[in-house]
Design a protein around this ligand. Structure first.
Ligand code: F6P
Ligand code: MN
Length: 311
């Protein structure tokens, strides 16, 4: 017998999690993170911009948006009661919350926050592990990963090991299914070359860049990794790089907060993510703030870029 719950006219995030068989506690946690995302969405739209250190009408000091987002997310994780501890890009040390809770959450509360005053898209990135510190573990130990991209629309993309699914935040404040099973083809079409200043002292990177120019691929680079990688996932093709150079010898992006969650999502979509030598998913976390080069996107192109960079 079918019930009215089987065929809803719109599929909410909770319904999708439930009907995909995501375990209850993880489902509740993802819903709690999504709620935090709604408050960040609201903060981005309603806060005064560029007024760090200034006072609001009540004489209280205003927080910059990245710190405010960190505070919002921390409070929601605390309220969830499912989070043993967390590590945030804004704090970079493991913080314990509820000793007997089952999960650890790692997050970048507001990636690309320097793009806010230009009104470009920005995002929040999350990875979920079993409880305990993440040092000594690998991104492949994640149980789920998700991100929110705050652009003209706010979109949430999650994977809990059963494909990658996108939701948009509707006007009544619910995440509603937009696209299920985002899938990467083995195709390039667009390229997003981050930290391009590294071509100055990395001839192989210049070679890669020239190859993409010669192939007449389309450049798609906003300077925010969330919208830039989201673009590839939605189009189902592309390559994104952010490799080291003299300014950031070990790479600019963080393994735990940025590359690990995206590697999990990209692999779930059928793409790949590497540091040029090793899959991001297999890199041991030595410290919470660890940096890594990142080559992410269509599988064969990740392999080809890695080979060119290693010559
Ligand atoms: O957090 C780092 C970040 O803002 C990413 O979102 C983005 O991909 C990267 O920096 C841009 O780096 P670059 O300006 O070196 O290309
Ligand atoms: Mn960041």
């Amino acid at each position: 017998m079918t019930s009215c719950c089987d065929l809803p006219s719109r599929i909410s995030l909770n319904h999708h999690l439930y009907s995909s068989g995501v375990p209850d506690k993880l489902r509740h946690l993802i819903n709690d993170i999504a709620r935090a995302g709604k408050y960040v969405h609201h903060a981005i739209r309603s806060s005064d911009l560029g007024l760090a250190g200034s006072e609001n009408q009540f004489g209280e000091e205003q927080l910059k948006l990245d710190l405010l987002s960190n505070k919002i997310i921390k409070e929601e994780l605390c309220e969830s009661r499912l989070v043993h501890g967390y590590a945030s890009e804004e704090e970079a040390v493991f913080q314990e919350l509820v000793p007997d809770a089952p999960f650890t959450v790692v997050f970048d509360p507001l990636d690309g926050s320097s793009l806010v005053d230009c009104n470009l898209a920005i995002g929040s990135i999350f990875g979920v592990y079993k409880k305990g510190d993440v040092v000594g573990r690998k991104p492949s130990d994640q149980l789920a990963a998700l991100y929110l991209v705050y652009g003209p629309r706010t979109i949430l993309v999650y994977s809990a090991g059963k494909g990658v699914h996108a939701f948009f935040l509707n006007e009544v404040g619910e995440f509603v299914l937009l696209q299920r099973n985002l899938t990467m083809r083995d195709e390039v079409k667009t390229y997003s070359p981050g930290n391009l200043r590294a071509v100055k002292d990395t001839p192989a990177y210049r070679k890669m860049m020239n190859h993409w120019l010669d192939e007449a691929h389309t450049l798609r680079y906003s300077g925010g990794m969330v919208p830039d990688i989201h673009h590839m996932l939605i189009k189902g093709a592309g390559i994104f790089t952010n490799i080291g150079g003299s300014k950031y010898p070990k790479g600019k992006l963080r393994l735990v907060f940025e590359c690990g969650p995206f590697a999990y999502i990209m692999e779930q979509a059928g793409g790949a993510a590497s540091n040029g030598h090793k899959a991001i998913m297999d890199i041991k976390i030595e410290e919470v703030d660890q940096r890594t080069p990142l080559i992410i996107g269509a599988k064969s192109e990740v392999k080809r870029v890695s080979e060119v960079l290693n010559v």
